[in-house]
Design a protein around this ligand. Structure first.
Ligand SMILES: Nc1ncnc2c1ncn2[C@@H]1O[C@H](COP(=O)(O)OP(=O)(O)OP(=O)(O)O)[C@@H](O)[C@H]1O
Length: 481
């Protein structure tokens, strides 16, 4: 008659909370003391082995003086520690580079691991929502290790199973503030593992002067500045198209001029031609003599672009079935079309006929030009689609300082800002921020931060004079990249 008898449910209940009406005492199985001791000893032993395995140098550095002090008296332990410290300091002053490479960065990484990351890991993970606290247990992403470079801490993390990269890239501000850094950049090192970069200082805070004109003729990549990790910033122009976006005063000129400067020997050798479009009549007119073709008013700009399309089509006809890639020669030089403020020719152009011709020519060049040696380097202030509808046709993009955070993804592509391309936060102070950019290249989705060398008016004048007087060192043949 009764499917369940009174008391059946109560058998399943376990409650030890004192304020409930019914209190059931859970069954207690007494564990023999020696089992508890064995488990405890096993945990201590495995933690020790793990410690020595993960930090062999730190363990030795602690264990040896302790052993010495124990065996021969504490004074000997102190003497050994003092000797090691003196030795390290002397090494630091005698050969700083090798000290940093072999010991300095490792010591710093160990310190930062213990003092910053391990100490704050649990609260930062839980509060940012990257870890979970379920039924009294913490489920945290694993802090695999920390290494240090001259400017940043690189933290390797194993994500929780089921987490996505976007879970982390959405929380870069939590992570940066949580670990006391100004920013955080997220890159995937391998499936399930991330590399978080936390800058300790800004290596690009000091302006970089114009780089020396290269001795050899090369169509690129051209060295135009310095990357955040201290290595040169090489910009590829041959075989691609580059879009440079930045608010007024962001330093678009320094990228354009550094590129022209790096190509100068190749221009002299006849391997490169620079065709300049200068609708603002400001930036490029300064170095007019360096260019094979120059146009400023919109009608002349349209003609110049159509001439570039003709070169492209003529080459495409000749190369068809013979070669698939362009090799710069004096007969078929690489043509770099430099457009200073492209919006003047597209969005802000009142003559509809000219606007159509210019847009069509630019679209044709950016879709078909790179295989036949015609490249476009275009700069613009406002990256909205209605200003430049063909911005996606540029494989390589550079974002200098931008006015709004939404503009970052407009220039660099979806998710770039979440991955750490904070172009809207670059300082408007020219000394601190002009020429600093995030570049996203066709070959890598990770935005790279760098600063272009500043090519001053005096540098441009010197370039023009050297070019005219033939005093730039002559390029050696056969060094085309
Ligand atoms: N790479 C750089 N390093 C340091 N300072 C720079 C750099 N580039 C530019 N500047 C400084 O910023 C100022 C503005 O630079 P620039 O004219 O190139 O900006 P822009 O983006 O071309 O601006 P606009 O769109 O108004 O022409 C320069 O006068 C110079 O003082």
């Amino acid at each position: 008659m009764f499917k369940k008898l009174p008391g059946d449910e109560a058998q399943q209940l376990v409650s030890t909370t004192p304020d409930t009406a019914v209190v059931f005492r859970p069954a207690v199985v007494r564990t023999p003391a020696f089992i508890t001791i064995v488990i405890f000893a096993w945990r201590v032993l495995s933690a020790l082995v793990r410690l020595v395995w993960r930090h062999p140098i730190a363990s030795t550095a602690t264990a040896v003086p302790c052993a010495l002090g124990w065996l021969y008296g504490w004074q000997w332990g102190v003497v050994l520690v003092a000797l090691v410290l003196v030795g390290l300091t002397a090494w630091r002053f005698v050969d700083r580079a090798s000290f940093l490479r072999l010991a300095g960065w490792r010591l710093l990484a160990w310190w930062r691991l213990v003092w910053v990351y391990r100490r704050h890991w649990q609260p930062v993970m839980i509060i940012s929502g990257l870890g979970r606290h379920v039924r009294g247990r913490d489920y945290l992403p694993r802090l695999v290790g920390v290494s240090c470079t001259s400017w940043a801490d690189l933290v390797t993390v194993r994500m929780l199973t089921g987490q996505a990269v976007t879970d982390w890239s959405d929380r870069i501000e939590h992570l940066a503030h949580g670990f006391g850094a100004t920013s955080c950049r997220v890159t995937v090192s391998r499936p399930g593992r991330l590399l978080l970069a936390f800058p300790r200082r800004d290596p690009l805070a000091v302006p970089l002067p114009a780089l020396p004109i290269p001795a050899a003729a090369s169509v690129g990549p051209v060295e135009i500045g310095k990357r955040e990790d201290g290595t040169p910033w090489w910009l590829k122009v041959h075989g691609t198209h580059v879009l440079v976006a930045g608010a007024t005063g962001a330093g678009k000129g320094s990228i354009i001029w550094s590129t022209i400067r790096g190509l100068l020997p190749a221009v002299r050798a006849g391997l490169v031609q620079i065709w300049a479009l200068d609708p603002k009549l400001m930036e490029l007119s300064f170095g007019r003599n360096l260019f094979d073709r120059y146009a400023a008013d919109p009608a002349a700009c349209a003609e110049l672009l159509e001439a570039a399309v003709k070169v492209m089509q003529e080459r495409a006809g000749r190369f068809a079935g013979v070669q698939r890639n362009h090799i710069p020669t004096v007969d078929d030089p690489f043509v770099l079309v430099v457009v200073d403020e492209v919006a003047f020719l597209t969005a802000y152009q009142s003559d509809k006929g000219l606007k159509l011709r210019i847009s069509a020519a630019l679209a044709t060049l950016t879709t078909q030009g790179r295989a036949v040696g015609v490249g476009v380097l275009a700069a613009l202030q406002d990256p909205r689609k209605d200003v430049l509808s063909i911005r996606n046709l540029f494989p390589d993009k550079i974002a200098l300082r931008l006015d709004e955070s939404e503009q970052v993804d407009m220039v660099l592509g979806d998710g770039a800002r979440d991955r750490g391309a904070l172009a809207d936060l670059i300082s408007p102070d020219p000394e601190l921020g002009a020429g600093i950019a995030y570049a996203r290249l066709e070959t890598s989705p990770e935005p790279m931060r760098a600063r272009a060398g500043y090519v001053s008016d005096a540098d441009i004048r010197a370039m023009v004079a050297a070019f005219a007087a033939d005093t730039v060192p002559l390029p050696q043949t056969g060094e085309v990249a």
